[in-house]
Write a protein of this length. Sequence first.
Length: 211
Amino acid sequence: MVRISRALALIAICASAAFAADAAPAEPSHLKDIIGSLLGLVLGLVQFAVGLGIAAFAITKGLQVVSKLLGGLDIWAEVAKKNIAVALLAAGAVISYTRVVGSGIDSMTKGLGSLAGGEWSAGVVGLIAGMINLGVAIMVASFAITVTFKVMDKLTKGIDEKAELSGGNIAIGALYCGILIGVSGLVASGVSGISIGLGNFLSALAKAAGI
């Protein structure tokens, strides 16, 4: 996460540079477009690096959350024993986590598109909103998996999920996998909605400040 934080800090610095460029005397439109495109390219590469870092984090965190919710079940040990039920659950958890976090990264991409098009203010506002939204997505991803398991515990009071999964009950593994993926789609849409609202709010603030 330290590398991810450094990459996000670099994005923030580039965003500040974009604000400075926007406040500078007017330049020829073609030069402004070139600068915007180069800055968009640099930020795109940084975002790619951030995405790779977050992917590794999401896989690890997704599996940790599931293991904790199942009383410390050793997922990799079960996978090594060719336990298909646990493998399905683990796959569902990782897909769920990455889909939610991916919705946060997507909002940053929209800001990069604005910068590449020379729309400095809109691009910077989009990037700031994207970074905030990415943080929200990371927090919400774990919360969504936890809530899903809590709800399922209430619906399946007569079933010991840990025992069933450890015993290789493929039906339980497939059910949880499908539920996690389905819920993640709804949560990801909610995160995208937050991104739109946050972007509009920051844009309104920027206009009010005369930026």
